[in-house]
Design a protein around this ligand. Structure first.
Ligand code: GRF
Length: 200
């Protein structure tokens, strides 16, 4: 199985996936990193790990369709089976989702369906929840919506700032994202309606 990871920024989840592949926990090839931002630190991580990367910037395309067409070309060239969104700050079109139906995963820094969108950590903190944490889910046509694979609870402390809370959430992300990918690669995820069963 061949995996592509899509990133826009720091790429700490990419790093966790790189390490899980290296340790042999995820038995797949991390074949490609795709970024929509040429300055993403994720690209440095890819280079250091010897993984091929491509930058596809929306500003160079007149439509989202053309932008995604270019990405799909790269995915097809590399015969990618699984797309992992890891801090990719862009919605994929229904057309893209259809093309890779049930083969796109995402990590979100809140317990879905709460606090969708780009400010999941801040929104949870501002709302005053006592428990939050990351969610790994399949991607469907709606934002932060597809069937949930794994979640992890993180306690919100009185003294938390967005930064301290985000750091503890990230630590959990780095455990559950590689684990969800491992389960996918081993064929252990079965989608039944909105539920994802984890097979023995
Ligand atoms: C993570 O918090 C993830 O939940 C969200 O974007 C952030 C990406 O962080 N989707 P990184 O680039 O992997 O460090």
């Amino acid at each position: 199985m061949r995996i592509a990871v899509f990133c826009s920024g720091k790429g700490s989840n990419l790093q966790a996936i790189i390490e899980a592949v290296k340790r042999g926990e995820i038995k797949a090839e991390l074949s490609l990193v795709v970024s929509d931002n040429k300055d993403a630190y994720a690209l440095v991580r890819a280079r250091e790990a010897g993984i091929e990367s491509v930058v596809v910037e929306p500003k160079n395309f007149s439509t989202r369709e053309d932008f995604e067409k270019k990405i799909i070309e790269h995915l097809e060239k590399k015969k990618i089976d699984l797309v992992c969104l890891a801090g990719f700050m862009r919605m994929l079109s229904p057309n893209f989702v259809r093309r890779y139906r049930n083969r796109i995963l995402n990590i979100h820094p809140a317990l879905l369906p709460s606090f969708k969108g780009t400010q999941g950590v801040k929104d949870a903190l501002d709302y005053g929840v006592k428990i939050t944490g990351p969610t790994v889910h399949f991607v469907d046509e709606k934002m932060d919506h597809g069937p949930i694979i794994l979640q992890s609870a993180v306690e919100v402390k009185d003294e938390d700032t967005e930064e301290t809370l985000a750091e503890r959430i990230h630590r959990e992300e780095h455990k559950i994202y590689p684990l969800a990918i491992k389960l996918f690669v081993e064929g252990k995820l079965k989608i039944v309606g909105r539920r994802v069963m984890i097979l023995e």
